[in-house]
Structure formats: C-alpha cells, structure tokens
Design a protein around this ligand. Structure first.
Ligand SMILES: Nc1ncnc2c1ncn2[C@@H]1O[C@H](COP(=O)(O)OP(=O)(O)OP(=O)(O)O)[C@@H](O)[C@H]1O
Length: 990
C-alpha cells in the first residue's frame, strides 16, 4: 500500500440465494455467474465486471478473505478503510456485514459470521502480533444515520425524539440521548469528525463485539413486504485504531503516531416504496432512505463520471455523504459490497445496483497514512475550494407523459373491469331465467301426474303421500284389533285386502313425481330409482323384514281361516251328535229296561223248568229254554249296542274337547295376529321414518352435488376468463414489445438523420427536427413504460398463480393423505389406480398452473431482456444532450407542452367517457336488480302454488283414506256379503 497513490474503490458484487418467499412465488433467476471470472450477466447478454463477484453459494469466509481482509492490514499502517454494503432491501447487506445477526455470541454459527465480526477478530489478532513493537489504542463508535430533518415534523412525538437527531449514537442508551448532541464537524486536515459521538475504548475482541451487539440491538428496524427485519437507517460502525511505539520520546514527537479508522457501513435498502408496500411511517422512512442514497449516488456519479475531476462533489447534500466523504474519493481504502437478489422480480432493482456499483468502480481514492492531521486538513480544504469553484445546475425531470399514460391505463383497466362485471351480471340473469322456466315445467309435469292419478283411482284428488302408504294397513290392523274378540269371523275378509298393490301403484306414481318435480318429498320412492333412496343394506333388510311380516300375516290369516272352518264343521257335527246322543241314551235306557225284563223272564223260566218233570212239561220247558236262549242273545245284542253307543258318546266328548282346544288355538292365533299387525305398523312407521331420513339425505346429497357442480362450473368459467385475460395480457405485451421495437427504430433513424444534418450544417427545419427527435424519444419512453407495466402485471400474475398452485398442492396432499407430497412428486402408477376423480382433476389443474407459471416466467424474461436492451436509464441521461441551442430547447419545450396538453385533454375525454360508461353500467345494474326481484317474485308465487296444490292433494288423500277406513269398519261390524263385496270391489278398483 503506497502512500498517496490513487487507488480505485474496489467493488464486490454479492448475490444471495433465492429466499423461501421468492421460491414460493416461483421466481426465476436473472443473473448468470461464471467460475473464476469476475463478471456477471443480467438477462441474456448484459454483462458487468467487478473486482470480486460472489455467486449465491459463496461462503461468508470467502467474501471476507478475498475482499476485506487486506484492509485490516492497512489499518495497522495508518490507512483508513471502509467497507460499504449497498443494495436493495432484503438483498443481504446486513447478512454480509454481520451486524444484525447476533454473531458476537459464542454459540453463533461461525460459517455465517459476517464481515464486521471477522474484522474485529483480525484487528485484535494483528494487535497481538504487533504487541512487541507497538502499543495500540482501540476505540469504537457506532452511529445510525437519518438524512431528512424535515421528516421529524411529520412523525409522532416518540419517533420525533429519535429521528430529530439525524445522527444517532447507538452506544448511548435511548433514555440518555440528547437532542443535537451528535454533530458533524470538519477537521482541519479535511477529515470528518463527529462531535459528541461516543468513542468507547475497548481492549479485547469480545468487548468490541459487545459494543457491536449493543448498538445493533438499538438500530431501527421494521418489517416490509420484502424483508421481515429490514434496517430502516444507515449504520456506521467505526473502529478507531491508534498506533504508537512504546518509546515515550517518539510518542512525544508524534513521529510514529498514526490513527486509522475502519468504517463498516450497512446502508439502508435502496428500495422503491411501491415494491416494499411501505405505508405511513415506513413510507416516509423509505423516501428518506432513498434521499440519502440518492445523494450518495450523486456523489458516486460525480466522483466516477470524469475520473473524479469534477470540481464539485455534492458531499454536503446529506449527512451520509458527509460522513463517507473520506471513504469515497478521499483518504481511505474502500470496498463496496453491492448486494443483489437473483430473483427476476427484482431485476430492475438489481440492474440499478449493478449500475451503481459499476459507477462506484470509477471512484478514485487517495489513501494516505494518517500521520499528520494538519496536512490532511490542508488537502481537504483544497478539495473544498476546488469543489466550490464550479457549480452545476441540477435539471429536474418532467414526467407528465408518464402520469397521463398511467391515468389512461387506469381508466382502461377500470373500463375492462366494469365490462366484465356487466357480462357476469347478464349471464347470471339468463341463468336465473332458465331456472325459472325449468321450475315452471316441473310444476306442469307434477300437475299432469296428479291428474293421471285422479283418473286412475277415480279419486277427487290424492295427497299426503306418507299416509297414503301407511293408512290402509293401519286401518286394517286397527279394525282387527278392535273386533277380534267381539267378532271372531270379521277378520277373515280383511286378510283378502291387498294393500301392497295400492302402495305399489302409489309408489310408482310418486316415484315418477319425484323425478319430474324438484323439491317434492316422496315416501313411495324405491331404492335404485333416480332421486330415491339409493340401494343400501339397511333398506334391503327393512324391505325384507316387511315382506316377511306380510307373508307371515297372510299365512296366519290362512291358518286362522282354516281353523275357523274346521271349528265350524266340528260344531255342526257336534249338534247332530247331540240328537244322536239323546237318541242313543233313550235307546240304551230302553235296552237296559228290556234287558231287565228279559232277565226277570229268564229267571222265571228257570224256576218253571226245575218244577216241571213230565213230558208235556218237558216240551214246554224246551220251548222256554229256547226262548231263554233267544232272550240271552237279545240281551247280548243289546249290551253290545250299549257298548257301541257309549263309545260314540266318548267320541263326541273327545270332539267337544277338540273344538274347545281349537277355539283356544284360534284365540291365540288371533292374538298373535294382532301382535303381528302391531309389529307391522311399528315397522312401517320406522320404515317411513327411515325412508324420510334417507330421502332427506339424498336430497341433501343432491343439493351438495348440485352445489359442487355449480362450483365446478363457476371455477371453469373463472378459469376460462382467467385464460382469456392472460391471453389478452400476453397479446398486449407482445404488441407493446412490437411498438417499442418500432419506436426504437424510428428513434434511431431520427438520431441518425439529425447527426447527418448536423454534419452537413443544415440549419433549416430545427423545429421539425427537434419535434421529430423528441416525439420518437417520447414514443420510446411510453413504450418502455408500457413494457414495464406489462412486466409488472406478469409478475403479479405469476405470484397469484404460484399462490394458487401452492393451494392446489396442499389440497392434493390432503386428498392423498399422509406421505402425499412424496407420492405427488413420484406420480407412481400404483397410487394412481386408487386415485379418485378429484385427485385426477387436481393433478390436471396443477399441471396447467405449472405450465402457466413457466409461460409467465418466459414472458417476464423476454420483457426484461427488451428493457435491458433499451437501457432507458442510460438513454434518458443523454436524451437532452441532443438539444444544443436555446432555439432547439424552446422548440422541444413547446413540443412537449403540446403533447402534455393533448394527453391531458385526451385524459379528460376518457374521464367523461368513463363517467358515461359508469352511468350506463349503473342503469344496467338497476335493470338486473329489477329482473332479480321479478324472478324472486315468480319463484315465490310458484312455491306458493305448489304448496297449495300439495295441501289440496293431502286433504283429498285423507278424505279418500277416511272413506276407505269407514267402509272397512262397516264390514267389520256387520259382516255381510254385500258390504264385503263392496270393499272387495273397491280394492279391486284401487
Ligand atoms: N448470502 C446469503 N445466504 C443466505 N441467506 C442470505 C444471504 N444474504 C441474505 N440472506 C437472507 O436474506 C434475507 C434478507 O437479508 P438482509 O436482512 O441481510 O437484507 P438487507 O439487505 O440488510 O435488507 P434491509 O435493507 O431491508 O435491511 C435474510 O433472511 C437473510 O438471512
């Protein structure tokens, strides 16, 4: 390091990796790096060269070792050093400098430690190495810089206290800070001294790190859309190193005393308020920060433009530039670390930083060993005198054309939005009309069905569907249970009624109604039919159980009928048996009497036979013996008859017992039947309930399905609209691109022409020429602005698309269940088999979004490339260079004024047209509202009519069922053939 030699400011370009937020937004990378080459390419071909270029993967250590470490060595020899981190907000300045990440902590990740802690460590290492030769005094100061004093009055009281001091001593606790105690003074040697600033002496690296941490903690940070912890001020951490030899004599003569300052500067973000979405205080800070950086930029430009030969360098424009006066173009070895983001969304800012850094490379410093402060003061005064000799007028830039274009664009956008709204409202109204017509048709259908039913059953009307289904059986059952004891035979005819047939009829009918009439609650609908309860195990079980019960009932009724008939028969036979029995009993009595008589006669004959001994007598005896034998035979005969008759009587008794038993059985059967009817009734009620619940469920499912379909349709419409908008935007962007190209061509042609005419010294037609030139410049500027806007819109689009893509991805993960993200990426066929339709749709949608994002990225980089090609920033600077004479300037001004007037008039016209459109739109909206009300009214009347019709149907069905019930009751109470036949005929009719 030679004393007094001109050394340019060294510039290091550091690019951080994409941060998670940028990755989430699908940002692409707009920077290209080449190994071992200190060059960077932005876009496809715009190259910049710096002293050091660090790609996203470069380690903190490498950054320090290659670009900063050497400065530490100079410090021990009395050379000032500065490391300046510049860049857009969130580009990694604080990360690189390492001032705000708690790196002084022993537990901090040493790989992430930034420049400042490394400088501190190296300084103390150097001191220790040189401890034998020299004594060192190390002091530290830490300040925060706000540039705009005006700002103070804008802010609230608490902020005022802090901000009013535009220089903030970070090593003094907030409570002890006093207004205006820190001030910049110029030292005699041209150096800058900050009066009132704490310079804390430290003896170890740890002490120095503590100071860094203490000051960093009281730095003003805030959250912006681009950086959660954004530094809202410039921070200057200065390490003062004083070297002296141990010899007292030398110290006395100050020959070897040298003082060096190491400024470590973390500038606030060079941001655009629009990008950071800063509002209120944040916005004011943003404006403020930029003002400071603008001054710094001006200083850098002034220093860099003519190799620093400009007579005036505007250091005094801001406190920041005053403080950095030494570091830029002065007595310091300076390294500027320009931090950039690789994201294509930040391309403009990155390009700005690259240019800034490029300009900074041209700054020439003249570092000297800080041995003699008086000499340095003289040099500085010389510089000031030189600076004051030349004054440059600052020219302001008008941007009316941009303003009017902006307004025009806004109006066009508003117009588009209104037209879209109108179209949507018209679509909805048409949809409502269609729905109303469909309802009307369904209603007509229903009416026809009711009429058909009326004809079919010859009823007046039919209603109350559920009761229609239940009632006949219920009635039958009630009649049975009421009459079973009083009238044993009355239940038999009921067994012949077949209510199932009626139900079937009804069910078919109402089933039909269900499919035709929306919202009609059906009880007769069977499973498997559209709109009815779908096949389900529960339903099948219930139906089977019902059928089984009905079968059992019919069986029981049959058995009962047989038993009754048998009993009747038995009873009839029992009656005839009674008369036979009586006859038999008489017979038996007679026979017994006869037997007695015959026995007496026999006895007498026996006696006579013993008494008679003669022949005559023996003859008589013989006759009597024969008679006796006859009598005995008669008696035997009679006895066998009596035996037979008693047998018959026994049989009769048995029959009677049988009849009695049968009667009991019949009684039991009847009770069982009542039970079964009750069971059936209960089952029916349950079945009805179940069916109603199921129907409700079905309706809900249907409604859900309809809603889902409507949502899908809406999404499709939305997506279509989105696609159309995207297509339109792409077309517009392409058109803007084309226009820009044409405008550039025209501009080039005009400039060539002008140069040619200047060469040939053509004086005529200045006005025309200037107008032509400016008009082309204007066209180019407008086209550039247009392209920028399109690019901005694409960026927003891509962000939205990415957000939506993330949502879709998480939906897909949810649908796939645990371990989904793996499967999502694997896309394996086995999992595909089991994927539902929904998953498939999601996959398709994701693919669509991914390709849309890719397309957007391509479009963005295309537009960015165009902008880079135009390099408007550079051209604006030279634009007015073409106006050499006052006449030309006047012509140009007149032309620009005319353009402004035209633009303004055009804008007013557009505003008027917009107002007209707005009124039209409002009228249309009113009309739509009116139509909506009409539709609503129609719907209301329709539903009222439907309800009235239902009520009517219900009443008529009730009446019908009542009449059926009465007829059944009559039949039960007075069973005669006529009534029975009537019921049977009614049933047959039904
Ligand atoms: N080289 C890098 N490697 C990894 N992450 C980085 C790098 N540089 C910056 N980051 C990350 O980027 C984010 C923003 O960085 P940082 O706060 O340093 O930006 P900044 O330029 O100081 O912003 P501001 O001007 O708003 O203060 C931080 O989360 C930081 O961790």
């Amino acid at each position: 390091m030679a004393d007094g030699k001109v050394i340019p400011v060294k510039v290091a370009l550091r690019c951080r990796p994409l941060v998670p937020k940028e990755i989430e937004e699908s940002c692409g990378e707009c920077l290209q790096f080449f190994p071992d080459m200190q060059q960077i390419i932005i876009g496809s071909d715009k190259a910049f060269t710096y002293d050091f270029v660090y790609g996203p993967q470069t380690l903190q250590r490498d950054v320090y070792e290659t670009s900063v470490k050497q400065l530490v060595k100079g410090i021990f020899n009395g050379y000032n050093a500065t490391v300046l981190a510049y860049g857009q907000t969130g580009s990694g300045k604080t990360f690189t400098m390492g001032g705000g990440y708690g790196m002084s902590h022993p537990d901090a990740d040493q790989e992430l430690v930034g420049v400042i802690p490394r400088v501190i460590a190296d300084i103390f290492e150097g001191i220790n190495k040189r401890a034998d030769e020299f004594d060192f005094i190390v002091k530290v100061s830490y300040m925060e810089v706000f540039d705009d004093e005006e700002l103070c009055s804008l802010l609230d009281l608490i902020v005022l206290q802090i901000y009013k001091e535009d220089l903030l001593d970070l090593l003094v606790p907030v409570s002890k800070r006093e207004d205006g105690c820190v001030q910049i003074r110029e030292e005699g040697n041209g150096g800058i001294k900050v009066q009132g600033l704490t310079e804390r002496q430290v003896v170890s690296a740890e002490g120095l790190l503590r100071c860094l941490e203490e000051g960093s903690n009281s730095r003003t940070t805030g959250s912006t859309a681009m950086n959660a912890s954004s530094s809202r001020s410039h921070a200057i951490f200065t390490i003062h190193v004083e070297r002296c030899t141990c010899s007292l004599l030398i110290v006395f003569f100050r020959q070897d005393l040298c003082k060096a300052k190491f400024h470590l500067v973390d500038l606030a973000g060079s941001e655009r308020a629009k990008r950071t979405q800063a509002e209120g205080t944040r916005f004011k800070e943003g404006v403020n920060i930029n003002r400071g950086l603008l001054a710094l930029g001006n200083v850098i430009s002034a220093l860099g433009d003519d190799g620093g030969k400009r007579p005036h360098i505007p250091y005094r424009d801001s406190k920041l530039t005053r403080l950095l006066q030494d570091s830029l173009g002065g007595n310091s070895h300076t390294v500027m670390i320009a931090c950039v983001s690789p994201a294509d969304t930040n391309m403009e800012e990155t390009l700005g930083t690259l240019r800034y850094a490029d300009r900074a490379r041209k700054i020439k410093n003249k570092p000297v060993v800080n041995r003699d402060p008086q000499a340095a003061e003289i040099v500085r005064l010389k510089q000031v005198v030189q600076g004051l000799q030349v004054q440059l007028a600052q020219s302001g830039k008008g941007d009316f054309s941009t303003g009017s274009e902006e307004r025009l664009k806004a109006l066009q956008e508003e117009n588009e939005r209104l037209t879209l709204n109108l179209q949507a409202a018209i679509n909805e109204s048409a949809l409502n009309l269609e729905r109303a017509i469909a309802k009307e048709m369904a209603f007509e259908n229903l009416k026809q069905k009711v009429e058909k039913l009326k004809e079919k059953f010859n009823f007046h009307s039919i209603s109350h569907l559920d009761e229609t289904y239940v009632k006949p059986e219920n009635d039958g059952m009630e009649t049975e249970s009421e009459t079973v004891d009083s009238e044993p035979n009355s239940d038999i005819p009921h067994a012949k009624i077949h209510p199932e047939e009626i139900y079937k009829e009804m069910e078919t009918f109402f089933g039909d109604i269900d499919t035709s009439g929306e919202g009609v609650m059906l009880s007769g609908k069977e499973e498997g039919e559209e709109g009815g309860v779908p096949h389900s195990d529960q339903h099948n079980v219930m139906m089977e159980r019902r059928a089984e019960l009905n079968r059992d009932l019919a069986d029981l009724n049959g058995r009962l009928e047989n038993a009754e008939a048998y009993r009747k028969q038995l009873m009839q036979s029992s009656e005839s048996w009674d008369s036979i029995k009586l006859k038999y009993e008489d017979n038996i009595k007679n026979l017994e009497m006869n037997i007695e008589k015959l026995q007496e006669e026999k006895g007498q004959l026996h006696k006579e036979l013993h008494n008679k001994t003669n022949s005559a007598a023996s003859k008589i005896a013989e006759t009597r013996r024969q008679k006796l034998q006859q009598l005995e035979a008669q008696i035997g005969d009679m006895r066998s008859k009596i035996k037979e008759q008693s047998k018959m009587l026994k049989m009769k008794q048995q029959k009677e017992e049988q009849v009695c038993k049968l009667s009991q059985e019949i009684q039991l059967m009847k009770q069982q039947r009542v039970k079964m009817y009750k069971q059936l009734k209960e089952d029916n009620a349950n079945f009805q309930k179940w069916r109603q619940a199921k129907n409700k469920e079905v309706m809900q499912l249907k409604a859900k399905e309809r809603k889902h379909q409507a949502e899908m349709a809406k999404m499709e419409r939305q997506s279509e609209r989105q696609q159309t908008v995207l297509r339109r935007k792409a077309e517009e962007a392409a058109a803007a691109n084309r226009r820009l190209k044409e405008a550039l061509g025209r501009q080039k042609q005009a400039h060539d022409e002008r140069n040619r005419k200047q060469e040939t010294n053509e004086a005529s037609g200045i006005g025309n020429r200037v107008r032509k030139l400016l008009s082309h410049d204007l066209d180019v500027a407008v086209s550039v602005e247009e392209v920028k806007r399109h690019k901005q819109r694409f960026l927003v689009d891509r962000k939205e698309l990415t957000q939506h893509l993330q949502e879709l991805r998480s939906q897909l993960d949810e649908a796939l269940g645990p371990g989904a993200s793996k499967r999502r990426t694997l896309n394996d066929s086995s999992s595909k088999d089991v994927e539902s339709k929904e998953v498939e749709e999601l996959r398709l949608e994701i693919k669509r979004y991914e390709s849309d994002i890719e397309l957007r990225t391509a479009q963005i980089s295309d537009l960015q490339q165009k902008l880079l090609d135009v390099d408007q920033d550079e051209k604006t600077k030279t634009r007015f260079n073409s106006l050499h004479t006052m006449t030309e300037a006047k012509c140009g001004l007149r032309f620009l004024l005319n353009q402004a007037v035209e633009a303004k008039v055009g804008m007013i016209e557009k505003q008027n047209a917009e107002t007209g459109e707005k009124t039209n739109f409002e009228d249309l909206e009113k009309e739509i509202e009116k139509m909506r009300e009409e539709i609503h009214e129609e719907r209301r009347t329709h539903s009222q009519e439907l309800q009235a019709l239902r009520r009517e149907q219900e009443q008529e069905t009730i009446a019908l069922l009542e009449s059926l019930k009465n007829t059944s009751a009559e039949v039960d109470q007075a069973p005669n053939d006529v009534l029975r036949k009537r019921v049977e005929s009614q049933e047959a009719e039904i």
